[in-house]
Ligand binder design. Structure first.
Ligand SMILES: *[C@@H]1O[C@H](CO)[C@@H](O)[C@H](O)[C@H]1NC(C)=O
Length: 198
């Protein structure tokens, strides 16, 4: 009899401590949220679509463009640069949702999944960062910084936001990314980098 009561009590307390998901969270977890690695893979392919356009647009701009030509090229680059900023922000939001659901369901605690551990996530982020900063370097060398500053500032801030969201999962990521960005863009875009709070 005692043991039955204990069992019932144990069951009752499990029921009480098991988090009750809101329908939105249940939908998220039942949809099997993409892993961080999947989000990064999707992000890279979206970014590459846009950097390919950006490279073509930048390539097509005249050498030593005058002010009007710089501004025309910047206007042509705007949709792709803004799309990258939006994709970075959206990926960051997905990471935030993911750790929330995991915290409520007790699954994994937001750490890196076994299929793509910390080192693997680090490599994916590095590839994304390098793709972006070499493309940005190409733009700045060809067109100068002034005409694209208003487009590159939100993009870099969104990139840093993404890296900060993942820095909890991949320890030291922010320092690695800061090193890469500074090495590639430091002398070209000092004014832009000065706006970033790492
Ligand atoms: C765009 O150009 C940059 C600089 O040359 C390069 O690093 C990047 O991989 C290029 N991206 C694509 C998609 O061609």
């Amino acid at each position: 009899m005692k043991s039955i009561i204990f069992t019932l009590l144990a069951l009752a307390s499990t029921a009480l401590t098991t988090p009750i998901l809101t329908s939105e969270e249940a939908k998220l977890s039942s949809r099997q949220l993409e892993s961080q690695a999947d989000v990064l893979d999707t992000l890279l392919s979206v970014i590459q679509t846009h950097t390919a356009n950006i490279n073509a647009t930048t390539q097509a701009a005249p050498e030593n463009p005058d002010l009007a030509q710089q501004n025309a090229a910047a206007a042509a680059l705007a949709p792709d640069l803004n799309a990258i900023t939006a994709a970075l922000t959206s990926a960051t939001t997905q990471f935030a949702k993911r750790s929330f659901v995991e915290a409520r369901t007790g699954g994994g605690g937001g750490g890196p999944p076994k299929s793509c551990p910390s080192d693997c996530l680090l490599i994916k982020v590095k590839i994304i960062v390098l793709e972006l900063i070499y493309t940005i370097k190409f733009i700045i060398i060809k067109l100068g910084l002034a005409c694209v500053l208003h487009l590159l500032t939100p993009l870099l801030l969104a990139l840093v936001g993404l890296v900060k969201a993942l820095d909890k999962v991949v320890l030291g990521l922010l320092i690695v990314v800061k090193g890469l960005v500074t090495a590639v863009l430091g002398t070209l875009a000092g004014g832009l980098l000065a706006l970033i709070i790492w």
